[in-house]
Ligand binder design. Structure first.
Ligand SMILES: O=C(O)CCC(=O)C(=O)O
Ligand SMILES: [Fe+2]
Length: 294
């Protein structure tokens, strides 16, 4: 049987359909009118507010399997309590005290690192799919190809926040992040972000400093719901998660994408977030995606 290259075998579609609601969002078929309209809407939202949200993108059964996976992995979660600036870099005493590089906030949160996901993890299956990668690239309207991230710990983890945990303002080491809430906290755990606060050419330290001091001007908040899919530009849009309160923890899946398939987190950041740095983090430390502080 011959098959046109752009036609995906039925079995592959049904595997994807167990994860994504393809009836409503047929992203496996980029030529479908519904897909084109969805991409256009996401691009509009990303241009307007630096983030797009697709409601009920992931099927509830898949979210339930992710939630169960996180619960099974709770004993392996790396919990950390560190103080860090938005760049996950060391203090620089040569700068004025109110410089963002010198502004440290306390973080406490946990990760099910990417390498801990189970072999048949729904999140692993989702991240491996080129249909999702191509869809995210189309929504972002990037003019260069993007790739799944090479970072073995940070490429697609679950972030876990229990009662009292807080994830302060920061920029990511990767350009783009998709977020899929798996479980909402009783209270708090709100995702806040400042769209395009910096560019690869301009750190915009003045505005970053203002937000760190409490300026709410550029701050947007997202009401995340389990199963919705968000795409945001974490390397350029400073973001945080407000403190979680109550008995029900907040779980979120974080697939990431980058321009340069070779780069990984700096060892410093890998240690702060994911508890350890691997040989690859040291080997590739000099390979940065841009000249930003990080
Ligand atoms: O939990 C979230 O919504 C975002 C987490 C985050 O910013 C990160 O892991 O870098
Ligand atoms: Fe982040």
């Amino acid at each position: 049987m011959t098959q046109a290259l752009n036609i995906i075998p039925e079995v592959a579609v049904s595997t994807l359909n167990a994860l994504i609601d393809l009836d409503r969002y047929p992203i496996h078929d980029p030529e479908a009118e519904a897909t084109k309209a969805l991409i256009a809407q996401c691009r509009e939202e990303l241009d307007a507010v630096g983030c797009c949200c697709i409601p009920n993108f992931i099927r509830p059964e898949s979210i339930a399997r992710m939630q169960a996976e996180i619960e099974r992995k709770r004993g392996d979660i790396y919990w950390s309590q560190d103080s860090h600036n938005p760049y996950m870099r060391q203090d620089d005493p040569s700068l004025p005290e109110d410089h963002p590089k010198r502004t440290f906030q306390r973080r406490s949160s946990g990760f099910v690192n990417s390498d801990l996901r189970e072999d048949d993890s729904d999140l692993r299956k989702l991240y491996d799919r080129d249909e999702l990668l191509n869809f995210v690239a189309q929504c972002l309207g990037v003019t260069r190809p993007i790739y799944r991230w090479a970072d073995p710990l940070g490429c697609c983890p679950y972030s876990v926040m229990d009662d009292g945990n807080y994830f302060p303002w920061h920029f990511d080491g990767n350009e783009f992040t998709v977020s899929i809430l798996v479980q909402k906290a009783d209270k708090g755990g709100v995702f806040e972000y400042c769209p395009d606060l910096r560019t690869p050419e301009d750190e915009n330290f003045d505005q970053v400093a203002k937000v760190l001091k409490g300026d709410r001007g550029p701050v947007h908040t997202l009401d995340l719901k389990p199963g919705d899919l968000q795409i945001f530009k974490g390397r350029f849009s400073m973001h945080r998660v407000t403190p979680v309160e109550g008995n029900r923890p907040r779980y979120i899946a974080l697939p990431t994408y980058v321009y340069d398939p070779e780069t990984v987190n700096r060892p410093e950041r890998a240690k702060q977030f994911y508890g350890r740095a691997l040989p690859i983090h040291y080997e590739r430390e000099a390979q940065r995606p841009d000249t930003l502080t990080d």
